[in-house]
Design a protein around this ligand. Structure first.
Ligand SMILES: C[S@@+](CC[C@H](N)C(=O)[O-])C[C@H]1O[C@@H](n2cnc3c(N)ncnc32)[C@H](O)[C@@H]1O
Length: 284
């Protein structure tokens, strides 16, 4: 089968299964499992693909048709220009979280320029997405990525090594701050923030493939923010900042949780869809 024929078959198969982004997903799967690029498909459409690669694409199409997200099948996802491996216990990093990176980078660059260092604590690091994107963009920064999941921490450490950031990244198994020592210039977190009762109603791609521990924020979805707000000041350098991702209805509640712990809001950002997404705080 030629590359062009395989691409066509893949797209048709996914369209027939009702997959929304059939053309894009077909291209991603075919490129990955045949080891080809987009320009190969344009320059060499008649290139004959090996039967092993065709079989791998067929198996991937079956998984995608059954509802598995395309990046879970590929085993990686791009975040802030970095390719990050996924595993069973890691959330797929989302484009919305890139807003958090944009929000805190200027602050980190100022700290690094002033002090020659910038220490970051990433609470609930998953794939390491937040910590690694920050390290990749601030050469003087170091980060500790905390998670309760050993599998997530192994994935984060592997991602750090693959990106050449291992010497500035430490993976730490901890229930939020319980094993954390020292003070940081930045405490960042994208904690689980879905209400427990809302998990069952999530899209199947999220509900069935993202780990529940990465989603469930307790009865009102706010429990992790309470823990983080209560203990952050004790782990923050003077003039440090806390930056958190929030659910789109949680802005006022999360601001009030942090204000009750003597923080003040520095900045609130929305995502590309216009939803409240990121809050930045300093000690009041
Ligand atoms: C929404 S995911 C965020 C993952 C990653 N930071 C990102 O933005 O893609 C939340 C993460 O918090 C971790 N987590 C849940 N409860 C935790 C706890 N008590 N202490 C530390 N991490 C926790 C989960 O395992 C998961 O990796």
């Amino acid at each position: 089968m030629t590359l062009a024929e395989l691409l066509r078959l893949a797209r048709q198969r996914l369209e027939a299964s009702g997959i929304e982004d059939a053309a894009l997903d077909a291209r991603l799967l075919v490129e990955h499992f045949t080891g080809t690029s987009r320009s190969d498909a344009i320059a060499w459409p008649d290139m004959v693909t090996e039967s092993q690669a065709v079989a791998a694409v067929e198996a991937a199409l079956e998984r995608r048709s059954a509802g598995e997200p395309v990046h879970r099948i590929l085993g990686f996802r791009e975040f802030y220009g970095l390719e990050l491996s996924l595993s069973a216990q890691t959330l797929e990093p989302r484009p919305d979280t890139e807003i958090l990176i944009d929000a805190i980078l200027p602050f980190m660059r100022d700290v690094a320029a002033r002090e020659g260092a910038c220490r970051v604590l990433d609470l609930g690091t998953g794939t390491g997405a937040i910590a690694l994107a920050l390290l990749a963009n601030v050469p003087d920064a170091t980060a500790i990525g905390v998670d309760v999941s050993a599998d997530a921490l192994a994935t984060a450490a592997r991602n750090a090594a693959g990106l050449g950031l291992a010497d500035r990244f430490t993976a730490l198994r901890s229930d939020w701050f319980s094993q954390v020592n020292g003070r940081f210039h930045v405490i960042a977190s994208n904690p689980p923030y879905i209400r427990s009762d809302d998990i069952a109603g999530l899209q199947a791609e999220v509900r069935l493939f993202d780990p529940v521990r990465a989603l469930d924020g307790g009865e009102d979805g706010l429990q992790p923010y309470r823990v983080i707000a209560a203990q952050a000041a004790a782990h923050l350098e003077q003039d440090g900042a806390v930056v958190v991702e929030i659910g789109n209805t949680q802005r006022l509640e999360v601001i009030s949780i942090f204000e009750n712990e003597c923080f003040r809001l520095l900045e609130a950002r929305r995502d590309l869809g216009g939803n409240d997404r990121v809050l930045l705080f300093a000690v009041a």
